[in-house]
Design a protein around this ligand. Structure first.
Ligand code: ATP
Ligand code: MG
Length: 479
């Protein structure tokens, strides 16, 4: 295919190269353009558009239709036979600029056949027939942030990534699925992957045939699991610790059932009972514990944590359908499993046996529930610890959010890959773009105008903010 000339470089500066649009062309925000010089190609990304007034001296009445559009673009990388480097030069004045072709962009896809598929490359709203892959180990252990306002395609993209992880094999992914949307209980989902039945697991309080019961034995829950997750006063925490010391793994049952002689101030015990009832749906009746959601039990579920962790360690996907158990119970369960994985992996690192294990990544929706400034300022929790130091132990987070601004900068900078989908809130865009590894300061308009399924992937694993489009899950083969 002949390269299509779209415009000519007419001025500007590094931050904003001005490109006059050719008459029969229509440059779009987000378009990838190329200025070629011998064997060197400068890749430019269009950040803004305006009318090109003031170039000629109009003595005659102005014919507005004759005034060309001028695009503002930013050089992002320079590609040459020697490799790809960040752009430190600008094209020559008068250079012709063409649409980036499939051949131009091919070197950016990382298609070594092993990576995790995120979507197709995109230039403006034009989808290019090239798949973007990122190295799974790096991607998952260096944390991922998926940010967008509602309905922009976050879950769709994640489903696509999980599908790809299943194809590659060897990636432990724990999905806290508060909408029960990944497995595909009614419709296509990750369960339809040809390798799903090879050890990947789905837990639900309402399990379909072949799935497992989402039930945790109360004796597997520790006071630590609550800390930084549920809001508790010092007296309440202290009370939990006292019970734990006295009754070991029966501590929670003992609090919930209530003793003739309370170990702690009876008011504190009463408040805790009420909290556990409201947030976890557990309470005592006739000396036995009732779990409203069936997610907790005195008798069943003693091996649940073990099976989840051992599936993750062997590189399997584990989906926990938390859609019927409530917000706080979901976070508690997430905390229980995350704590266990983290501690096992930390020990493995200690005794030098970590390499044989699969990297593990934990997907959590509405991540500010555990990562917000407010939350972790009060008291840190396992999710914040993973964000800060999980990488060393090959444990990562996939944090999904609509509101990035709630997450403190110190955490955001640790989430090394940012997948940015559409966002119409300018404050959110600002915080997001400022926290990226690549310079995305000029991309504000581009992010504001992203359509459903369109994203920008900014990462220490990419040379610049790579525009992609993730097709609707199930609409094509997937990778
Ligand atoms: N690339 C796409 N093409 C067409 N439809 C899409 C695409 N991506 C997502 N959708 C559809 O758009 C809707 C919203 O997508 P999705 O659930 O992935 O968004 P979300 O960002 O996760 O939203 P929420 O914030 O509500 O969780 C869904 O019905 C989904 O099927
Ligand atoms: Mg979603």
């Amino acid at each position: 295919m002949e390269p299509v000339g779209v415009g000519v470089v007419v001025g500007g500066s590094y931050e904003s190269i001005l490109i006059r649009e050719n008459k029969d062309r229509r440059i779009e925000i987000g378009d990838l353009l190329v200025a070629k010089e011998n064997d060197r190609k400068i890749l430019l990304k269009v950040s803004s558009l305006r009318f090109g007034e003031g170039e000629e001296n109009h003595s005659l009445p102005i014919n507005y239709a004759e005034i060309p559009t001028v695009a503002t673009a930013r050089p992002v990388i320079v590609m040459s036979p020697g490799g790809i480097v960040p752009a430190k030069i600008i094209p020559r004045l008068g250079s012709e600029v063409v649409y980036a072709s499939r051949d131009d962009l091919e070197p950016l896809t990382g298609s070594d056949g092993k990576g995790i598929y995120l979507g197709k490359l995109r230039s403006g709203s034009k989808v290019i027939d090239l798949d973007l892959f990122l190295n799974g180990e790096d991607l998952f252990t260096q944390h991922v942030l998926v940010a967008a306002t509602t309905g922009r395609g976050k879950s769709n993209l994640l489903k696509t990534m999980i599908w790809s992880a299943l194809s590659r094999g060897g990636y432990g992914i724990l999905v806290l699925d508060s909408h029960d949307e990944y497995y595909g209980r009614s419709g296509k989902g990750v369960k339809d992957h040809e390798s799903w039945k090879q050890g990947n697991m789905y837990f639900s309080t309402n399990p379909p045939p072949g799935a497992s019961s989402l039930v945790f034995n109360l004796s597997t829950i520790e006071p630590d699991h609550f800390f930084g997750i549920m809001s508790l006063t010092d007296a309440q925490k202290q009370a939990m610790i006292v019970y734990n010391r006295e009754y070991g793994d029966k501590w929670l049952e003992k609090i919930v059932i209530g003793q003739d002689q309370e170990l702690v101030d009876s008011r504190t015990a009463r408040v805790l009972r009420r909290k556990f009832r409201l947030s976890l749906g557990i309470y005592a009746r006739n000396g036995r514990i009732v779990s409203e959601t069936n997610a907790f039990s005195q008798t069943a579920g003693s091996s649940t944590i073990k099976s989840i962790v051992s599936a993750l360690e062997s590189g399997k996907v584990v989906i926990l359908d938390t859609s019927r158990i409530g917000d706080e119970a979901e976070l508690l369960i997430g905390s229980i499993v995350a704590t266990e994985v983290f501690s096992i992996y930390r020990d493995r690192k200690g005794d030098g046996t970590l390499d044989g294990k699969a990297p593990v990544s934990i997907l959590i929706e509405e991540a500010p529930r555990v990562l917000s400034e407010e939350k972790i300022e009060e008291e840190s929790n396992i999710f914040a610890s993973i964000a800060r130091e999980g990488r060393k132990f090959r444990v990562g987070l996939i944090a999904v959010t609509q509101i990035v601004s709630l997450i403190p900068k110190s955490i955001l900078t640790n989430l090394n890959t940012k997948i940015i989908l559409g966002n119409e809130m300018s404050l959110e865009r600002k915080v997001l773009l400022e926290s990226c590894s690549n310079d995305l300061s000029f991309e504000d308009t581009a992010v504001a105008s992203l359509d459903r399924g369109e994203a920008i992937v900014s990462s220490i694993l990419t040379k610049f903010g790579i525009p992609i489009y993730t097709p609707l899950f199930g609409s094509s083969g997937g990778s």
